[in-house]
Design a protein around this ligand. Structure first.
Ligand SMILES: [Zn+2]
Ligand SMILES: [Zn+2]
Length: 306
């Protein structure tokens, strides 16, 4: 394994520039090379936060790049936060290097951001500087969630579900407009993107992307995954057709309880029509990629929680 890695590194160090070489090595180490999935690489447009406006931000804010030896009290003191703020550490462990801080009001978030540093040379990222226990200065990245980031475009339109895909494993900082850019450049023109949020209004790693044309939708569904690589993060997004209760596309009266996701079909069928259609030679293989749900309530479950 190690020898292969060294050979691989040497191979690319001869043929490619430094950035590309490290990028490929990073992908290789994570086992993402040669999977055949499309990869989107680039720098995302910075978020356009207008921090003058009120009630724009979710009271939950992400903090990244925290020192390993920090704790709630230390952070509250160094970030000059109100005693009413609370922290959520991943698995309750402050040593993981990131945390969510909860403010009491949206206005408190706005004030906190106004007192933070913005780095125009680093994609407009927002930072706070704190010291770790050894006295060294650390740069903590602050990522707020603005409510309108969930929609692209800003005004809501009715999106046809037969052109919509459900995207899972969406990085918490990805906004609808950024996802639209990624999907448009990879698969084709995008009509609308919605980042799905939980009951508390905070993103839950799911998004719906609606394309303008069937071709783009088809490309997205059949690729199944999309690797997104930016200087700040790497994510493998999974892409599935967005399912909703529908009638069978063959007999038109029974419930379409089976969705065949093969690119030749991408249609809902009832079970007997599905069997009939797929008896034809060359279509038997569709069985491995069919998707079943029985009740309308279950359909929502398949879409949003799996
Ligand atoms: Zn049918
Ligand atoms: Zn089929």
């Amino acid at each position: 394994m190690c020898i292969i890695k060294i050979l691989f590194f040497f191979h690319f160090s001869v043929r490619e520039g430094t950035d590309e070489r490290f990028e490929r090595l990073r992908l290789y180490e994570r086992g993402f090379l040669q999977t055949g999935y499309p990869v989107w690489r680039g720098v995302l447009p910075p978020p356009q936060y207008d921090i003058e406006r009120e009630n724009r931000f979710h009271t939950k804010v992400f903090l990244g790049g925290l020192p390993k030896d920090t704790d709630e009290q230390d952070l509250r003191e160094q970030l000059q936060l109100e005693p009413t703020t609370t922290f959520e550490f991943p698995f309750g462990d402050p040593r993981r290097g990131y945390a969510f801080v909860r403010f009491q009001t949206s206005q408190e978030v706005t004030d906190f951001l106004a007192n933070s540093t913005k780095k125009p040379w680093n994609n407009d990222s927002i930072y706070r500087f704190i010291k770790d226990r050894s006295g060294e200065t650390r740069c903590v990245e602050v990522i707020p969630w603005a409510f309108e980031s969930a929609y692209y475009p800003q005004f809501k339109r009715t999106a046809p579900s037969f052109l919509t895909v459900l995207v899972k494993n969406v990085h918490g900082s990805l906004m609808a407009a950024q996802l639209a850019k990624i999907f448009e450049e990879t698969f084709g023109p995008v009509f609308q993107v919605t980042v799905l949020t939980g009951n508390d209004g905070y993103p839950r790693e799911l998004a719906k992307v609606t394309f303008k044309y069937r071709e783009a939708y088809k490309r997205a569904v059949t690729s199944r995954y999309l690797d997104v690589s930016t200087p700040k993060m790497f994510r493998r997004l999974s892409i599935n057709p967005y399912l909703k209760p529908a009638s069978c596309s063959k007999c038109f009266y029974a419930n379409g309880t089976v969705f065949c996701r093969d690119e030749d079909c991408l249609l809902y069928y009832c079970e007997s029509c599905w069997a009939e259609v797929h008896m034809v030679e060359g279509m038997e293989s569709h069985a491995t990629i069919m998707w079943t749900f029985r009740k309308p309530a279950k359909a929502r479950h398949v879409n949003e929680n799996e």
